[in-house]
Design a protein around this ligand. Sequence first.
Ligand code: ADP
Length: 503
Amino acid sequence: MKDQNEILLENEKAFKSLFEHATISILVTDENGDINLVNPNAEKLFGYDREELTGKPIELLIPEQLKEIHRQHRQHYFKAPKARPMGLGKDLFARDKNGRTFPVEISLGYYKLGAKKMAVAFITDVSERKKAEAILRSSEETTRLIMNSALDAIICFDTNDCITVWNPQAEKTFGWKENEIKGRRLAEIIIPKHYHVIHETGLTRYLCAHETMVLNRLIEITAMHRNGKEFPIELTIVPMHQNDTDFFCAFIRDITERREAENRQKEYAEDLKRKNIELEQFAYVASHDLQEPLRTVSGFVELLKRHYKEEANENVTKYINYITDASDRMRRLVQDLLDYSRLGRERILEPLDCNQVVHQVLSDLTMAVQESHAIINIDMLPTVSGYATEMKQLFQNLISNSLKFRKPGGPPVINISVMPKQEHWLFQITDNGIGIDEKYWERIFIIFQRLHTKTEYAGTGIGLAHCKKIAELHNGKIWVHSVPGEGSTFYFTLKKRDTDVWK
Ligand code: ADP
């Protein structure tokens, strides 16, 4: 059996070991505030040896500006000492041998040593914890700033569909204040009744089977404002997981204005399409109907010529020839107009080897090519999907123009090439002809616009208008760059399709 003394001795040993090995810093002071005991952890924390601290006032370990107030608190404590945390609700700071000030948490204990009152301070350095708290606070602050300044409405809701986050833009978009809707069900607040089932099915599918049909993608649906009005929104719902909890974050943008603009654009395009059809019909009917009276005029002029061949004096013959020329020219114009309005009428898209199309065109133009001694270089061209007659006409007009508008004094040199682009083929037809002043680069594509008289260069001014219409029929464009006196390059694009082949 151990006697009382032995037990006391063992306890003392245990407490001493506890004191020496404690991972918390422990300081014992007397009523005067002088340090009596220091454990190794406190030596480490404050950077002083035990001998340097023993007998010194505890204020040695307090930052300068807090020393006086600490002294007062200490004296006050000894009037009614008891175990308690120190400075509850306040930030406490200590100071080490190097003068570094750091935040601490202190628990105070108390015991009597004979007549002496002793205070025990259990000190924890909380610098790391405070730093982590500061980082957390600042990241929370950043999140709040982002939420407040986001142009999107940001709404978070839990797996029961209850709203947990509702940023200021959500207030603007839906007309509800955050404190009015927190905890209420999303479906009830922003989703029109006829979408409730879809919304709930989506949620259940995700929760039960992790099906993510509508998650993580941009979708367009109809939402409901507080005033009951429905409006289109663009929405992305992202599933999230934090602190063992599943929830969803919805990023929402009101697209009413964009939809209205799209609708206006659509109406405008439809209107334009209708007007173009009307115009084409008008051109077709007008040119078709004009042919008949023209034929009559030409027929009777022919009769006049034949019947009054002998009697007609010089003037009559001259005037009759004027009428013949004019009506011939008018017939050509009317025919051109009719062709123009017919372009692409019976459209069938088919694969066209542009190499073959160009060779066919050149064989039709053999005379003009030979007469002008033209040099024509053709790159490898693709097989595209196009309208056969129209595509032939496109190449024919451009090549024959390059031959026609050649510079005197040398053979025309024509290069035909193509470049594949992301969405389309870019064709180029370059010549070394007379060129075109920049101010006419757009005008020449308008129907019947010419830069020369018919005596200088034959033609009616419809060729490039045809080319423009043909390029547009193939979802493309046509334009020119040119240096007067040096030559021109006509560019046109054709929409690229998966079936196209090149090289
Ligand atoms: P046309 O050849 O019947 O005059 P187009 O519509 O084909 O009608 O051409 C319009 C005008 O554009 C021509 O009158 C001519 O002035 C100009 N042009 C067209 N192609 C060329 C070219 N390769 N070089 C210089 N001018 C050209």
